[in-house]
Design a protein around this ligand. Structure first.
Ligand code: EPU
Length: 424
C-alpha cells in the first residue's frame, strides 16, 4: 500500500494547472450509455475513479479508448448487460450514475445499493423516487435495486431531501428524462456546476434541457441522443485544494484552468481569512498574509461552501489566530479527519455537526491515516506545513480524486515522496 512522506515547512510557489472535474466527468461518461453515436470527451482526468467508471462501462458494453492523455472516446457496442454489481459500486459510489441511463435506454437497470462510506450514510432513495416518478417499477432484491419500465413518461418531480438537493440524483433523473415521452420538471434540482456541465453535454448530443444551474430544470424528452464532443469543466475542488495549499504554506501559486466563478463562496471565506486571490489574465494568483483570521464556515449545497473542501479548510483554520467554527450541513458525519488532524497537534472540538477549531501556532508531523478522498487531501495540506515528517497512510483514497498530487506539489517546492510499504 502506498503512503506519502512529507517534510513540512516549504513554501509552495509557481504555476499549477487544474484538471477536468472528476464529478463532472463521471456522470458524463455514464451518459454515453444514452447515446447512439460516439462520445468524445476532452479534459478527462486520469484518476482511479475514472478508471473504475471505465471498467464498469466496459462491462456494460461501452467501448472506451483513451487518446492523448486527457481525451476519452466512448461508444456503446452491446446493450445486453444492465447490471452494475456490488464489487464496483462499493468501490465507487458514483457507479450509481449508470442507473438513469440504463433504465432510459435499455428499459431496465440493476444497480447494487451502495453501502455506507467513510463520510456517512449516503442513501439513494431520491434517485429511485425520481425514476419511479418517470414511471419505473422498483424492487430491492439481494442488495440490488432493480428498475424497469416499458416506457418513461415526463413528470413534475420534487427532488429535495433533508440535506437539500442531490447532485448525482439530479444527474440520474435528468439523464433518464432526456429519453422520456413528454416534459419533465425537476424541482429542487442540484445547481452544482457539474450538473450544468452534464446538461450542456446532453444538449450537445440533442437533448432539450433548460434551467440547469437553477433549482428548476425542464427536460423535454427526445426520441434519441446522438453522440457528441465535449470538454469537461475544470475541477473546482482541486482548484480550491491548491488555493488552500498556497494559503497554508504562506506561498504564492498561479493557478491555471480555474473557473473562479464556481468558487465564489470559497473565495469569500478565504478572503476573510486573509488570503489574497486575484484573477490575472488567464491565471488566478493566490498569496497569503502570515496571520490567518479565524472565521465561521458552513458547508451547503452550491452556491454555498462545498462539503468537499470542508476538511481542507479545517486544516487551514487549525493555524488561524483564534477560534473558528466549521459546520457541516451536507454530511453531518463527515469528520473522520478530526482525529487525524488532532494527531498533528490541531485543537479541535466536535459538537454534533460542528467543529470548534482553536487555532494553534504550529502543527507537528506524525503518522496519520487517510479515511476518504477529501480527508486525505486535508492531511496532505497539514503535512505540508507541519514541522518535521508526516506520513500519510492509505493514499489510494487521494488517488481517487487528485491526479499525481505528489508530483504536482513537488514541482511547486514541496518535499513529498510516494513510498510503498512492500518496498520497506
Ligand atoms: N441524500 C439523500 N437521498 C438521496 C441522495 C442524497 O438523502 O437519495 C442526501 C445525502 O445523504 C447528503 C445530501 O443528500 O446528505 C447530498 O448528497 P448528494 O446526493 O448530493 O451527494 P452525491 O451526489 O452522492 C456528490 C459528489 C460528492 C459530494 C456531494 C455533495 C459525485 C460523484 N459525488 O455526491 O463528492 O460530496 O455530491 O456535494 O458527484 C467527493 O468528490 O469527494 C465527493 C464525495
Amino acid at each position: 500500500m502506498d503512503y506519502f512522506l512529507i517534510n513540512g515547512g516549504k513554501r509552495l510557489r509557481g504555476p499549477v494547472e487544474i484538471n477536468g472535474a472528476k464529478n463532472a466527468a463521471l456522470p458524463i461518461m455514464a451518459a454515453s450509455i444514452l447515446c447512439e453515436g460516439e462520445v468524445v470527451l476532452h479534459g478527462v482526468p486520469d484518476l482511479a475513479d475514472v478508471r473504475t467508471m471505465e471498467v464498469l462501462l466496459n462491462k456494460l458494453g461501452v467501448k472506451t479508448t483513451r487518446e492523448n492523455g486527457t481525451t476519452l472516446r466512448l461508444k456503446v457496442e452491446d446493450e445486453m448487460n444492465c447490471h452494475a454489481d456490488y464489487d464496483l459500486v462499493r468501490r465507487m459510489r458514483a457507479s450509481v450514475c449508470v442507473m438513469g441511463p440504463l433504465l432510459a435506454k435499455r428499459r431496465k437497470s440493476q444497480v447494487s445499493m451502495p453501502g455506507g462510506c467513510a463520510i456517512g450514510d449516503r442513501p439513494i432513495n431520491l434517485h429511485v423516487l425520481g425514476l419511479q416518478g418517470l414511471g419505473a417499477d422498483a424492487d430491492l432484491v439481494g442488495g440490488d435495486v432493480f428498475l424497469k419500465a416499458k416506457r418513461l413518461r415526463g413528470a413534475e418531480l420534487f427532488l429535495g431531501g433533508p440535506f437539500g438537493s442531490t447532485v448525482t440524483g439530479t444527474a440520474n433523473v435528468m439523464m433518464a428524462a432526456t429519453l422520456a415521452e413528454g416534459t419533465t420538471i425537476i424541482e429542487s434540482a442540484a445547481c452544482e456546476p457539474e450538473v450544468v456541465d452534464l446538461a450542456n453535454f446532453l444538449n450537445a448530443c440533442g437533448a432539450r434541457i433548460s434551467g440547469h444551474g437553477s433549482p428548476r430544470v425542464t427536460i423535454e424528452g427526445v426520441k434519441e441522443l446522438a453522440g457528441g464532443e465535449h470538454t469537461v469543466i475544470p475541477d473546482r475542488i482541486e482548484a480550491g485544494t491548491f488555493i488552500i495549499a498556497a494559503a497554508i504554506t504562506n506561498g504564492e501559486l498561479r493557478i491555471r484552468n480555474c473557473r473562479l466563478e464556481h468558487l465564489l463562496a470559497v473565495v469569500d471565506r478565504l478572503r476573510q481569512v486573509g488570503v489574497n486571490i486575484e484573477r490575472e489574465d488567464e491565471e488566478v494568483v493566490v498569496s497569503s498574509a502570515r496571520r490567518l483570521e479565524p472565521i465561521e464556515v458552513t458547508s451547503q449545497p452550491y452556491p454555498g461552501f462545498p462539503t468537499d473542501l470542508q476538511a481542507q479548510m479545517m486544516a487551514l483554520l487549525s493555524l488561524a489566530d483564534g477560534n473558528s467554527v466549521i459546520t457541516e450541513k451536507i454530511y453531518p458525519d463527515r469528520f473522520m479527519h478530526v482525529a487525524e488532524l488532532s494527531r498533528l497537534g490541531a485543537k479541535l472540538r466536535k459538537e454534533g455537526p460542528t467543529v470548534i477549531v482553536e487555532g494553534v501556532k504550529r502543527l507537528i508531523g506524525a503518522p496519520v491515516m487517510a479515511s476518504d478522498l477529501r480527508a486525505s487531501a486535508a492531511l496532505v495540506l497539514a503535512g505540508l506545513v507541519a514541522k518535521g515528517e508526516t506520513r500519510v497512510n492509505r493514499v489510494y483514497h487521494i488517488d481517487r480524486g487528485y491526479e499525481r498530487i505528489e508530483r504536482r506539489l513537488r514541482a511547486l517546492g514541496a518535499e513529498i515522496e510516494r513510498q510503498n510499504e512492500s518496498e520497506e
